[in-house]
Design a protein around this ligand. Structure first.
Ligand SMILES: Nc1ncnc2c1ncn2[C@@H]1O[C@H](COP(=O)(O)OP(=O)(O)OP(=O)(O)O)[C@@H](O)[C@H]1O
Length: 360
């Protein structure tokens, strides 16, 4: 396994990019730590595949370097990077048995059959396919084929990293959970460096130690699932992660209060002058509906989401969402909303503003 360093990396598909908007991947410096599991999360077209393809060597970046354990591989072809890739569609040889599919990368490198047999057994055990080794791949389900792709990726011991590009896309919904759990266990047991591209926040948050959130060609935050939830560094992270996402409301900031339409919202922390497009962000989980506390809201509707209720409401003309417990009784008299002051974040031009006294 290797530490992967992105040094001053950026990519434009245009021959002569004129400005930042011409870059599919905007400048990025980052170290992917050896043995960590990362998810690369963002909406379609935000640059996830571009970044993954640069790491795997399918694409040469127009700027910057990629290093594996300090060694420059920017121009090295994929085959020399010892990278295992699992794509949306399983790549398996249908006419071969599961055993021969798994053995393929080792035989290709001329490993002796005794070693191949032992290693294939080991990998089959890891992916739970010991009983299927003699079967042809043809006729197996997409989930089994995707496991073979994964197993083939891991069969060589010198693999530097496992890259996954939306690997559950063609998997039946009920198998997705099982495969994801298995992947997480493999990571836990064997400590491969894994980078997992997805636009699905549940996949990202359940799989990864760290989630890299991309928006419009830029990495807007890298953090643990908790950090992304508690302290979104960009309004996009607040909006994209969570269900429903963070409420974002235009406001003015005066010290430790936000002012919306003349009404005050305590912030729990102080702020210096905040300029630009100023907004506050409050997750629906940290808003509370009551009969007597906070600002007046107009209730629109209440949705039962199973383990909780989602209240759709309007605050000074802005849509807001509030989450209440599944047993909460929402009466017609509950027309006020209050916020957990320390969980309110302040944003200027979409970026989180650091409160006074908090380490930047
Ligand atoms: N070969 C290419 N030539 C020109 N533009 C490209 C090429 N590949 C991607 N792009 C553009 O670069 C941007 C980022 O695309 P990319 O495929 O990296 O995004 P993504 O987040 O992986 O999206 P998706 O989930 O839809 O695959 C998009 O605007 C896309 O249109």
């Amino acid at each position: 396994m290797a530490r992967i360093t992105l040094d001053n990396l950026a990519h434009s598909y245009l021959p002569r990019p004129a400005g930042p908007e011409d870059y599919a991947l905007k400048e990025l410096n980052y170290d992917w730590e050896d043995g960590e599991a990362y998810a690369l999360l963002g909406a379609s077209g935000c640059g996830k595949s571009t970044l993954l393809n640069i790491i795997s060597g399918l694409l040469i970046p127009s700027q910057g370097r990629v290093l594996f354990d300090g060694q420059d591989v920017t121009h090295a072809p994929t085959a020399e990077r010892n990278i295992a890739q699992v794509f949306q569609f399983p790549v398996v040889y249908d006419t071969m048995t599961v055993h021969d599919n798994l053995a393929f990368p080792l035989r290709n490198r001329g490993r002796d059959e005794a070693y191949v047999a032992e290693r294939v057994q080991e990998i089959a055990r890891m992916i739970g396919m010991e009983e299927m080794l003699t079967r042809r791949a043809q006729g197996l389900g997409a989930d089994a084929k995707q496991k073979i792709s994964l197993g083939r990726g891991m069969v060589r011991k010198d693999v530097n990293a496992l890259l996954f590009d939306e690997p559950l896309t063609v998997i039946d919904p009920h198998m997705k959970w099982e495969l994801r759990t298995q992947l997480k266990k493999l990571h836990h047991d064997f400590g491969h460096t894994m980078i997992y591209v997805t636009h699905d926040q549940t996949e990202a948050l359940t799989f990864a130690d760290k989630v890299v959130v991309m928006h419009d060609g830029r990495v807007v935050q890298i953090g643990t699932p908790d950090e992304l939830f508690e302290r979104p560094e960009h309004t996009f992270v607040g909006y994209f992660i969570g269900s429903p996402g963070m409420n974002i409301l235009p406001a003015k900031i005066e010290g430790d209060r936000a002012i919306i339409d003349g009404a005050e919202i305590p912030l729990g922390r102080g702020y210096g002058p905040v300029d630009g497009k100023v907004e506050i962000g409050i997750r629906p989980e940290f808003a509370r509906l009551s009969a007597d506390e906070g600002l007046p809201v107009t209730l629109r509707r209440v949705e039962d989401a199973g383990r909780h209720k989602i209240i759709r409401a309007e605050l000074f003309g802005h849509d807001i969402n509030i989450i209440a417990g599944e047993d909460a009784l929402i009466g017609p008299d509950m027309t006020r909303v209050s916020f957990d002051a320390r969980r309110v974040n302040v944003y200027a031009d979409d970026w989180r503003v650091t409160p006074v006294g908090e380490a930047a």
